[in-house]
Write a protein that binds this ligand. Structure first.
Ligand code: FES
Ligand SMILES: [Fe+2]
Length: 362
């Protein structure tokens, strides 16, 4: 039996890891973001479900200078984001209320307003048309804000947008992670992926304890303590790490605030904060940017070695998960067994973020 168990442990992770390990760093980086044409339609995979509400990362604050306009696509919508001369970022649905031009392509900032590239109508951050340069009268309906508002916040060196399908105002604030803006910590080291799956399946991975062994090849099933706290969820994992100095106890605290904000803190021998910018683009496509920061004084010696190893390991695991996620279906009523980890409590917690499903049985 021991041999059987060993072969199960070894064969499954190796099957995925072989293809990934054989790639050059360059090939792996382009594989991570490659398109996946011809994939089945979202409905065929059970992914035609609502987007959950919450705060989601739009981009890094540094990627939008005052006076800059950029197109974005999230939540299955074309969006336009700009930063006014006053330094404030604003976001609207991208298509102009006049004749439908996409304002993210050729639009420009005029003061704090966005000017459409087609006929130069100007918008404020709520989508009110403030100026039509060639007309004497602005049609009254355009002097009211757009029905869909995109509240923004800046924290942790990122711009966050609030999404709610029914336009409900933000129900909590973006959480600030002190390390992210601490001068004593490094700039973000960023690794990027496109995942062709659902946000919920990806988040569920953290509580799916059995897969760690079969997908990631860990020697044991990690045990963690879960704290379910309203819109927040925290899991704490105590892990033994093999180091040149022997086994060292480490602590991994993974925190989610709603479905779109996540911070993982790795402490023990080395410290790392991972801010995961994971934002749905389409029903079956998710933009992933893992942003790592570490104390600057930890750039040498054993702790730096361990910290670098932690980043490499997290990225390696995401590569392996991506192979599954890119093809995984969403099963609304999965059959789980003992040993699977708290998948059902996780789903119960996550369900609160689907406005469309409020009050319906799980
Ligand atoms: S389409 Fe935007 S101003 Fe005409
Ligand atoms: Fe995983």
């Amino acid at each position: 039996m021991a041999d059987d168990a060993t072969s199960v442990v070894m064969s499954s992770p190796v099957a995925v890891a072989q293809a990934l390990a054989g790639m050059s760093d360059e090939a792996r980086a382009s594989w991570r973001k490659a398109d996946m044409p011809g994939r089945p339609a979202p409905a065929e995979r059970g992914l035609d479900i609502p987007f959950p509400f919450g705060w989601f990362p739009a981009m890094l604050s540094a990627e939008l200078a005052p006076g800059e306009v950029k197109p974005l696509r999230y939540m299955g919508r074309d969006l336009v984001i700009w930063r006014g001369e006053d330094g404030r970022a604003r976001m609207l649905d991208a298509h102009c209320r006049h004749l439908g031009a996409h304002m993210g392509y050729g639009g420009r900032v005029a003061g704090d307003h966005l000017e459409c590239p087609f006929h130069a109508w100007r918008y404020d951050g709520e989508g009110v048309v403030c100026d039509v340069p060639y007309a004497e009268r602005i049609p009254p309906s355009l002097t009211r804000p757009c029905e869909r508002q995109w509240p923004l916040a800046e924290a942790n060196r990122m711009i966050w947008f609030w999404y709610h399908p029914e336009g409900v105002a933000p129900m909590w604030e973006v959480e600030a992670f002190p390390e992210a803006t601490d001068e004593a910590w490094t700039d973000y080291e960023i690794h990027e992926w496109r995942v062709y799956g659902s946000l919920q399946n990806m988040a569920e991975n953290a509580v799916d304890v059995a897969h760690f062994r079969y997908v990631h090849g860990t020697a044991t099933f990690p045990t963690s303590e879960m704290i379910w706290d309203g819109f927040r969820r925290t899991s704490v994992i105590l892990a033994e790490l093999e180091t040149p100095k022997g086994r060292v106890e480490s602590r991994i605290e993974a925190r989610m605030i709603g479905p779109g904000q996540s911070a993982t803190r790795f402490t023990g021998l080395a410290e790392t904060l991972l801010v995961a910018a994971v934002t749905p683009v389409e029903k079956d496509e998710v933009s992933v940017r893992f942003c790592f920061t570490q104390p600057k004084d930890q750039t040498e010696g054993l702790s730096a070695f361990v910290a670098r190893g932690f980043i490499a390991e997290v990225c390696r695991q995401l590569d392996q998960d991506k192979v599954i996620w890119d093809r995984q279906h969403y099963l609304p009523r999965p059959v789980v067994c003992d040993g699977d980890g708290p998948i059902l409590p996780f789903r119960q917690w996550y369900r609160q973020f689907y406005a469309e499903w409020a009050g319906t049985p799980a």
